[in-house]
Design a binder for this molecule. Sequence first.
Ligand code: NAD
Length: 480
Amino acid sequence: MVNPHHESLFIGGRWVTPASAEKITVLGSSTEDVLGSVPAGTEKDIDAAVDAARAAFDDPHGWAAWQPARRADALRRLADALERRKEAVTRTVSAQNGMTITLSEQVEGVLPTTLLRYYADLIRDDTGEDIRDGMLGAPVHVRREPLGVVAAIVPWNAPQLLSATKYAPGLAAGCTFVLKPSPETVLDAVLFAEAVEEADLPPGVINIVPAGREVGAYLVSHPDVDKVAFTGSTAAGRQIAATCGSLLRPVTLELGGKSAAVILDDVDLGTAIAEPFFHATLLANGQACFASTRVLAPRSRYDEVVDAVSSLVGGLTVGDPLDPGTQIGPMAGARQRDRVEGYIEKGKAEGARLVVGGTRPASEKGFYVTPTVFADVDNSQTIAREEIFGPVLSVIAYTDEDDAVRIANDSEYGLGGSVWTDNDERGMRVARRIHTGTIGLNHYTVDPAAPFGGVKASGLGREFGPEALRNYQQIKSIYR
Ligand code: NAD
């Protein structure tokens, strides 16, 4: 990294002096060394960023008023500029949050540019207006207008992707943005700002203010914000929803999860308990919102499932996230590691049987937790109910298909999930009965063409797919 200590903020299309001299310093998740720093945004910086986004949005000849094809070209320029920084972005994310480099290359390197090009193509020829036959003998014009200034608040686990799930459809729709990255992952946001600058987007269309939760809460309640797009914990989501509720401000919330991997009794464990199962349950070191961390096993084959899952998890390569051979990297920081270790202790204290892991690996540095499997877990225990956000699986026994569905649905959350079977029709039947926003059959891979999001405490609204454009549009009817 050329200049890991940054002194300015990207607001209004320029690098400006922040309101405060305070800094956010990021430690390497595997080294605990200082990786770099950025200015810590304050309420004054948020004011400046919202003003810039407001001015860009309100400009009668500006971004929101551009023909969609012109915006589509700008989105493609941004995709190209990001692609030129792909290696730096993916390495920076991995070094900060511990995501393995092989995953980061796809999730943080490729997907944001894919989304930008996808939404560019979706809106290029969109007139933004449908004309309907009215019921009163005259036509009605139904318009999709951009919502306005968006406050986008993202977590640290996939910072580039989770920013792109907001700005790609939002920019396509004609909105302008204030993006607030999480303090754990602010260095990749600088690379993103450089890409925005290079892509020559009009000043103020994207503004970036790295900051913590208090400043985030200030942004959510700012009078000149028209919409909030949030990804993060359910606890923060509830607070943001309360603020937006009182302001009657549109909000989309992508929150936590505690999804189930339902292993049906016909499954060939040799096929199921392999690469796709690892991806569905422990992707991103277990720091993935949709991870199927409750493994539901048929009582008739319980020991077999526990053995297979434990040997898979026990055999994973834990190490440096920047090494392409690593399967499990460190937690994003000491706070996350302590949190995961706290849950492991709770699991033991509540009587679950620790089968593998549960310790720190021998390495001297880095926020590592050994991938862990608990057996004999009851769905009422804390480790089965609360989101751990680390590499910890709980194997829970069920009696029959109805019982499996009942346990899968017995959760505050409903975000992801997976069904493992050799019988496709049976798998589809079970998948349809599970209360969740997304679910996979014999794998779990989020497909950006389809809407993604949660039910219950996992959130409100959907990202991805054409549906995401609607998050950033206001519908207006003109009766002619
Ligand atoms: P977090 O809620 O602590 O923080 C997320 C972001 O919100 C950060 O930028 C933080 O500074 C900000 N923030 C926190 N409280 C706020 C408030 N009251 N007002 C405004 N901003 C606030 O979450 P985290 O620990 O950074 O991320 C992990 C969580 O994110 C997990 O619960 C995970 O499941 C969830 N997540 C969900 C999805 C999804 O798509 N559903 C994707 C990734 C992560």
